[in-house]
Ligand binder design. Structure first.
Ligand code: PAF
Length: 281
């Protein structure tokens, strides 16, 4: 496994592989790797000849500067995990390698997809994500790129970016991974205090209730309403949204129809940590 910091060095390394037509699979991350990232790397390892992992905490996608400064950094264990998952190249750039002297995001307006839910609650977040992913795709030039369904709206936004600007890159969505108790894995989970976990688990329980209503063809609208109400009345949870949506367009489901590709989604702050989760319906 090689660790590369500069864009030019990475290009020098990758160019001979590109000329030989070697299939490059790319897993972009912000580090603090956990079992969810490991599953992305495993899938990339199975589907591609050369696996490139990037670790870059992208400053332009944080709408809250304290979230950026508190974002966990665990480089040594990350490199250990990358090695154990058979990664070939770790790209570890600094902010100036990606942004030069001024780290700012380009605006990406994909209609309501970039304006609702995460787009509404985290102003500018998707501009930052699209900017960095666009830059990373141009640097790495992969054939495939792997993203977790945990960040479901991000995945839809990146699929949209790829359709518009990188039609030759196949975007692979990989299943969300949970801890044994059901909490969706996230790099931010390390910041949840022990006593907050029981409240964090309520988010998953509420999603499961909606999935169960969908399975039993019960009124999905009332299941969403009832669970949204219960979460918003829980004094330990600051609910931001709870809804059932089309997982590509993020339009809210209407009536009691549950089309293919529908998800229940939630975002809330629990014990000072912002969590998002989702469940396929
Ligand atoms: O999902 C993430 O870790 C980040 O948003 C990504 C896609 C690596 C862009 O910084």
């Amino acid at each position: 496994m090689v660790v590369i910091h500069g864009k030019r060095e990475l290009d020098d390394f990758l160019q001979p592989h590109r000329l030989k037509g070697i299939n490059v699979g790319f897993v972009p991350t912000m580090g603090a790797l956990h079992a969810g990232h490991a599953s992305l790397l495993r899938q990339a390892r199975t589907e591609s000849k050369l696996v490139v992992l990037s670790i870059f905490v992208n400053p332009t996608q944080f709408n809250d500067s304290s979230d950026y400064s508190n974002y966990p950094s665990t480089i040594e264990p990350d490199l250990e995990l990358a090695r154990s998952e058979g990664v070939d190249v770790v790209f570890l750039p600094e902010v100036k390698n990606i942004y030069g002297d001024s780290a700012h995001a380009e605006t990406s307006d994909y209609g309501s997809l970039t304006r609702v839910f995460e787009g509404e609650k985290r102003t500018g977040h998707f501009d930052g994500v699209v900017t960095v992913v666009r830059r990373l795709f141009n640097i790495v030039q992969p054939q495939m790129a792997f993203f977790g369904e945990k960040d479901l709206q991000q995945l839809a936004v990146i699929r949209h970016l790829a359709r518009l600007e990188f039609p030759s890159i196949r975007i692979v969505g990989c299943p969300l991974i949970r801890d044994a108790d059901g909490l969706a894995l996230s790099s931010r989970n390390v910041r949840i205090p022990k006593e907050g976990r029981v409240h964090a688990l309520k988010l998953h329980e509420a999603l499961l209730n909606v999935a169960q209503a969908a399975d039993t063809q019960n009124s999905i609208g009332s299941a969403v309403e009832a669970n949204r109400k219960a979460l918003s009345e829980n004094e330990h949870i600051q609910l931001e949204y709870f809804d059932a949506v089309n997982g590509e367009s993020f339009e809210v489901l209407k009536g009691n129809e549950v089309p293919k590709g529908a998800f229940a989604i939630v975002a809330a702050v629990v014990s000072g940590v912002r969590l998002i989760d989702n469940c396929r319906l």
